[in-house]
Design a binder for this molecule. Structure first.
Ligand code: GDP
Ligand code: MG
Length: 228
């Protein structure tokens, strides 16, 4: 079996290399898996591309900016039976990847998502506005509208089978991609599992998220999808 890591990167020089090196490739290979690491360079203007390549990733260039566009490209290129996704900014504990793989293989989960709220959020890793208001509110709203039971719908560390990838209809170009995926997973009746994770402070670079406009985009996406 093969595991594909898919990592989108927009101007993540200084941290994308470290993020890739935190993937426990040897540990995963020792369990009998092949490993492929894909970085989708979202037309960065810094040294992201070289840094990712030097750290051992296969880099694809996606000219169309956007979190969703970057992931859609990466998923198209991924050849693994299991796909693991996460940011290029050192915030997600990729060292924990084997736990995600084991959930799929041992517990027959189709879609595994990390939970920062059931795990730990390091000091300074998430702005208070997101930690106490934005994320809990958006998670609750999604659970009510789409009859789900997630504890952290915006957690960006996830793993799923190739079969799940083929079932989910993923179309969003921007940040809404994150919630489109969790809604699709639920609506396609995938077996969904959560794993508590530790969320780290960004290892460098800048967050591309803007609290109010992206928060509003998520609300709009949910309402449109539910009612129109
Ligand atoms: N926001 C955003 N992120 C992108 C884009 N293209 C690639 N990414 C990557 O997607 C990941 C998530 O973005 P990030 O700024 O960390 O968002 P946050 O974790 O929600 O604060 C990072 O690895 C980015 O480098 C894009 O056009 N917009
Ligand atoms: Mg991030």
């Amino acid at each position: 079996m093969k595991v594909s890591f898919v990592i989108p990167a927009l101007n993540e020089e200084g941290i994308v290399g470290k993020t890739i090196r935190s993937i426990p490739v040897k540990q995963i290979e020792d369990e009998g898996y092949d490993v492929e690491i894909i970085v989708v360079n979202n037309n960065s203007t810094d040294n992201t591309e070289n840094e990712a390549r030097e750290a051992g990733a296969t880099v694809y260039l996606e000219m169309k900016r956007g979190y969703g566009n970057a992931y859609k490209r990466g998923f198209k290129e991924a050849t693994g039976d299991i796909i693991i996704m996460g940011d290029a900014d050192g915030t997600y504990p990729l060292e924990q990847s084997l736990d995600f793989i084991n959930k799929i293989v041992d517990e027959k989960c189709d879609f595994v998502i990390g939970s920062r709220f059931d795990g730990e959020i390091e000091d300074g890793a998430m702005p208070a506005l997101h930690q106490y208001i934005g994320n809990p509110m958006l998670t609750k709203m999604l659970n009510i509208l789409f009859k789900c039971d997630y504890s952290d719908t915006h957690c960006g560390m996830r793993a799923f089978t190739k079969d799940a990838k083929d079932k989910m209809n993923l179309t969003a170009d921007g940040m809404e991609f994150a919630i489109e995926m969790v809604i699709e997973a639920a609506q396609k009746d995938l077996k969904i599992c959560e794993i508590p994770i530790v969320y780290h402070k960004r290892g460098g670079g800048e967050a591309k998220l803007s609290s109010f406009s992206d928060g509003w985009r998520h609300i709009k996406y949910m309402l449109q999808r539910k009612f129109f």
